[in-house]
Design a protein around this ligand. Structure first.
Ligand code: PLP
Length: 383
């Protein structure tokens, strides 16, 4: 299987992990974390045991932010927050932070995560406006830009760039040419995006967005950390009844240390950013690898008589590839045999069934090749 990450010490065998999240981490990152686990750079203690306000951790935190800024070419008028509570907590934090002047949250509804964001905003603040939805086509294609109609009182437009469960990914950034989405009267509103399962999968024009957020456990690092990238001018739009820890402004002013941050997850995210820069060569290189991986797997699915994926070609997710077997009675043997072959976590989300192979940055091309070989062999024997 892949790089065994044991430094020749013990018989560690790392399998290929296609988990949707918490997801695979690069073996090189885990090896470095292992090497630094007990004694971080001669300090005689672990990063886990350091004060978050001490010089060493502050340096780790600042380097992580600097590397993320460099990878995504984040403009200076954006703040980067390293916060907690999962992406799901942002479903609540966003309306609190952005509805201070009234108005309604607007949404594009393209699947289960987007729906959860809608439900939370509705639960907290009553009315929301769904500006477009792909519900009618079973979330097999994202709404067309021209079918998106914001409300006159829209405060912002929220969407999910990649629906992790359905495997549906936007092939465009919603909004007007060179600007944000517009209300019917032509005025612009900030674009807000849940990029939990696609941030860092390739280059991104951050300047198109008001807020970008992502839970770390897909493409950034271990669970327990959320990255929020927010444009400066949106820090003063919050409701006054907001819980302190939700506040982007408070987090920005405190360097994300309003309270104790998820220090070890932050450190590991920093190692992942460094890996992307140094080992991969940046996000353009990562983008090319991800495109290759996904294209190979979709070609194998489309070329088979046993496997199928229902998503419109241009909206097929590069990160999460769901597929079904023509005979669902083969699901169990497929999963059992895959696991025996060292191909882990291919079971689809409990709400949709079937299979799902998540191909995040840390899943090597060799893993995809091994999966394709296994699928072809399984089809020959059982299909
Ligand atoms: C995983 C995921 C979430 C939820 O993340 P939590 O950290 O579990 O709250 C939200 N949105 C998307 C797109 C996801 O992939």
């Amino acid at each position: 299987m892949g790089s065994n990450g044991n430094g020749g010490l013990s018989p560690i065998r790392r399998h290929y992990n296609f988990c949707a999240g918490p997801a695979a981490l690069p073996a090189a990152v885990l090896e470095r974390a292992r090497d630094e686990l007990l004694d971080y750079q001669g300090r005689g203690l672990s990063v886990m045991e350091m004060s978050h306000r001490g010089e060493d951790f502050v340096a780790i935190a600042e380097q992580a932010e600097a590397d993320l800024r460099e990878l995504l070419a984040i403009p200076d008028n954006y703040r980067v927050l390293f916060t907690q509570g999962g992406a799901s907590l942002q479903f609540a934090a966003l309306p609190y932070n952005l509805l201070g002047a009234g108005g309604r949250a607007n949404f594009l509804h393209t699947g289960i995560w987007g729906k959860k964001a809608i439900s939370e905003a509705r639960h907290l603040f009553g009315d929301v406006h769904v500006a477009a939805s792909s519900e009618e086509n079973g979330h097999s294609a994202v709404p067309r830009q021209e079918d998106t109609v914001l409300s006159a009182d829209a405060a912002y437009l929220h969407y999910t760039a990649n629906e992790t469960i359905g495997g549906l990914e936007f092939d465009y950034i919603p909004g007007s040419e060179g600007g944000g989405p517009r209300r019917p009267d032509g005025s612009e509103v900030p674009l807000v995006c849940d990029m939990s399962s696609s941030l860092l999968s390739g280059p991104l024009d951050v300047s198109r967005f008001g807020v970008i957020y992502a839970g770390a456990q897909k493409n950034i690092g271990p669970a327990g950390l959320v990255v929020v990238i927010v444009r400066d001018d949106l820090l003063d739009q919050a409701r006054s009844d907001m819980p302190t820890l939700f506040g982007y402004k408070a987090l920005a002013e405190a360097g994300s240390m309003v309270n104790t941050p998820a220090t070890y997850s932050w450190y590991l995210a920093g190692l992942v950013f460094d890996w992307l820069k140094s080992d991969i060569g940046g996000l353009a290189a990562m983008d090319a690898i991800n495109t290759r991986k996904a294209a190979r797997l979709y070609a194998a699915i489309d070329g088979s008589g046993l496997y199928a994926n229902p998503i419109t070609l241009r909206n097929r997710s590069r990160m999460n590839v769901p597929f079904v077997l023509a005979d669902p009675r083969l699901d169990r043997p497929f999963l059992d045999e895959a696991e025996a072959a060292g191909l882990l976590n291919l079971k689809g989300h409990r709400s949709v069934g079937g299979m799902r192979a998540s191909l995040y940055n840390a899943v090597p091309e060799a893993a995809v090749e091994a999966l394709i070989d296994f699928m072809a062999d399984f089809e020959k024997r059982r299909g």
